[in-house]
Design a protein around this ligand. Structure first.
Ligand SMILES: NC(=O)c1ccc[n+]([C@@H]2O[C@H](COP(=O)([O-])OP(=O)(O)OC[C@H]3O[C@@H](n4cnc5c(N)ncnc54)[C@H](OP(=O)(O)O)[C@@H]3O)[C@@H](O)[C@H]2O)c1
Length: 332
């Protein structure tokens, strides 16, 4: 499909991926862009891009028909993306919210619906060489498990209602404006609170934000991939130690403090008990040590062969761009 003359609705437009997608769509002269925003006070960046802004909330279905009216393509980037919150909160946004957007899209007769999912559908401890033929792995984590359920809803709308879905499953997304995998890491480092737990030699399956956006644009335009899902990472076996090391170097540090696995787990267990005694949620689960040591790489061959995806921005270039943005934004 050619994007010329199409109107694209982006949900999650104030977020990392939706926001960058809109910036990239703006480079295309003949695309109309509509941004779904739930709080217009957070939309200054979008206003500066002169895109159409509609106010709506994916958990309030009555706000969606107006947002979808006249749209040809939906890029559904809105979701609850955090480590905290109740199961119900995740379910309401990620599963029911997705259903509401799909229902409005089905009624509006959209020509393409790109659903942004996550490799989290394979759980926190995926098999090595996981690809799109690997089964979902529910793991009890509300974010991961609701991302699985959201995909099931998307596939239901594809099979039963004929909505032309493409599912994109990014790895961990870093780059300018990434709250989780860029800003938080720099802030922890600056506060001397980032410690390598255990060997930290597990693979982090990163993907630079513009590589994700490349995949989303391909998912919008490639006509041979409707009904398919694609894992999107930079396709490189980078350890957490290496990944965090890039950020440490931005702050002029060559080495990161580390704590072997056994004492790290004991300390996390103790701090968890202490927090619970004080009525606070535990800061980090001891499982994080295993997570950082888990050596599983996702395969991106299907995305390369079927979608035409190639991770254009290398880790070195991505980190260079990220550092430039962190300096400009005053984090460094
Ligand atoms: N970041 C990653 O590493 C990563 C990795 C894999 C997959 N993903 C997936 O990529 C997608 C986008 O993630 P992101 O990193 O861009 O997240 P983000 O920066 O946290 O943005 C989430 C967006 O969703 C919006 N949103 C949340 N609840 C909403 C609701 N009820 N109604 C309308 N909008 C709502 C937020 O709006 P407000 O600004 O109003 O909060 C925000 O614009 C998500 O599906 C996520 O699961 C992310």
């Amino acid at each position: 499909m050619d994007l010329t003359g199409k109107r694209v609705l982006v949900t999650g437009a104030t977020g990392l991926i939706g926001g960058r997608l809109i910036e990239r769509l703006r480079e295309h002269p003949d695309v109309s862009i509509r941004a779904l925003v739930r709080d217009s006070t957070r939309a200054d960046r979008l206003r500066a891009l002169s895109v159409e802004i509609v106010t709506g909330d994916i958990t309030h279905p009555e706000t969606l028909p107006e947002a979808l009216a006249g749209c040809h393509i939906v890029a559904h980037c809105a979701a609850r993306v955090t480590e905290r919150g109740s199961w119900e909160e995740f379910w309401r946004s990620n599963v029911e919210g997705t259903r509401h957007v799909l229902e409005a899209a089905a009624r509006a007769g959209v020509e393409r619906f790109v659903h942004v999912s996550s490799v989290a559908v394979y759980g926190l401890f995926p098999q090595d060489h996981t690809d799109e033929s690997s089964p979902y792995q529910p793991c009890g984590n509300a974010y991961c498990d609701t991302k699985i359920e959201a995909e099931k809803v998307a596939l239901e709308y594809f099979h039963q209602r004929g909505v032309p879905i493409v599912i994109v499953r990014p790895g961990i997304v870093y780059g300018p404006r990434s709250q989780h995998w860029t800003i938080r890491i720099i802030e922890l480092l600056k506060a001397n609170r980032l410690v390598l737990l255990g060997r930290a030699d597990g693979f982090c399956n990163h993907v630079y934000v513009d590589n994700v956006v490349d995949a989303l644009l391909l998912a919008m335009t490639n006509d041979d991939v409707v009904g398919e899902a694609f894992i999107i990472t930079d396709g490189r076996a980078t350890t957490w130690r290496e990944f965090f090391g890039h950020y440490a170097r931005m702050l002029g540090r060559n080495a990161l403090p580390q704590l072997p696995a056994a004492p790290a787990k004991a300390l996390l267990r103790l701090s968890g008990w202490a927090a619970r005694l004080r009525g606070h949620p535990p800061p980090l689960s001891p499982k994080v040590v295993d997570y950082l040591q888990h050596r599983a790489l996702f395969r991106i061959e299907k995305a390369k062969e079927r979608l035409g995806y190639a991770p254009r921005i290398s880790l070195e270039e991505g980190m260079r761009r990220t550092e430039a943005w962190l300096r400009e934004a005053g984090y460094l």
